[in-house]
Each structure stands twice: as C-alpha cells, then as structure tokens.
Design a protein around this ligand. Structure first.
Ligand SMILES: [Fe+2]
Ligand SMILES: [Fe+2]
Length: 161
C-alpha cells in the first residue's frame, strides 16, 4: 500500500475503530493466533488494496465499512458454550444484526456482511462488486492466517524434538 493509500485507509476506518463494540472483537480469536479485530482489519485492508488496483469503480467507504463489520458476531467460535450452532452458516446474520444495532448501514454494507461466506451460504449471494471483493479478500486472509498458524505449530514442534 502506498503512503497515501495507508493514510486514506486509516481515515476510512477511524470511526469504526473508535467504537468500543468493534474493539471488543480484539477479545475473540479468529484463525490461529489472529483476533477477529485483526482479521477484520486485514480483510478491509486487502479489499481496499485490491479495489485501488482493479479497473472498476468501488464505493470505497461502504467496501471498507462492510469488510470491517463482516465478522462482527462477538463471540469465540472455538468455544461450544459461546458459539452458536452452525457458526459457519449463521454468523453473517449475527454480524449483520450486531452491526445494525450499533451503526446505520446502507444496502451495500448489508450485502457485504451477509454474503461474505458465499458459496457456503448458498442463498446469500454477493449482489454488488463490493460484496464480491470482500468475499474474495476474506478467503485469501483466512487461508493466510490458518496456514501461518499451521506453520507456527510445525515450527514449535520441531523446536521441541
Ligand atoms: Fe466470517
Ligand atoms: Fe472473515
């Protein structure tokens, strides 16, 4: 990301990062050692970065806000006593409910949040280019975070033996 893009990105996430419920995502692990807040910032940053390099126009503020709130479900999905059943399918609906409670969302942001797990959630399809981009960025970031965790685990096993 260029210096200018970095500045623009920081400005675009400022309001959300300042919200205590958004910051609460820091308490919940996502993939490997990544918190849900770090994951959400990564997905937002990746979506923003890609949007600046693709030859199409995006509604950048909605793209970034939707990405920041796409996993705003506020529980630890690794703990059966906290997580809702079928987390993978249902958490976009929970995230959207929480996001609506705390922020005024537009249709693009709602679709970004609701469809980010597609094609797992068959009927909740990305219906705008912003939702498609976040859906892709989420998969790239999730894969990176998961594989980094696996490599870290292999590394620590090697040290032990
Ligand atoms: Fe998710
Ligand atoms: Fe995610």
């Amino acid at each position: 990301m260029t210096r200018r893009e970095h500045k623009e990105f920081r400005e675009r996430i400022r309001e959300l990062i300042g919200n205590r419920y958004v910051r609460k995502m820091r308490e919940f692990p996502q993939h490997g050692t990544t918190s849900t807040l770090d994951h959400s910032i990564r997905v937002a940053r990746m979506s923003f970065w890609l949007s600046k390099r693709l030859p199409v126009r995006f509604r950048t503020q909605s793209l970034v806000r939707g990405a920041m709130l796409h996993d705003f479900y506020l529980y630890d999905w690794h703990k059966p006593e906290e997580a809702q059943p079928l987390h993978g399918f249902r958490h976009p609906v929970t995230a959207l409910g929480n996001a609506r409670k705390h922020f005024k969302l537009n249709k693009v942001e709602e679709n970004v949040i609701l469809s980010h797990m597609w094609p797992l959630t068959l009927s909740r399809v990305p219906r705008c280019r912003e939702a498609v981009l976040v859906c892709v960025a989420d998969k790239i970031c999730s894969l990176r975070e998961t594989t980094a965790g696996i490599f870290r685990a292999i590394g620590s096993d090697n040290k032990k033996s």
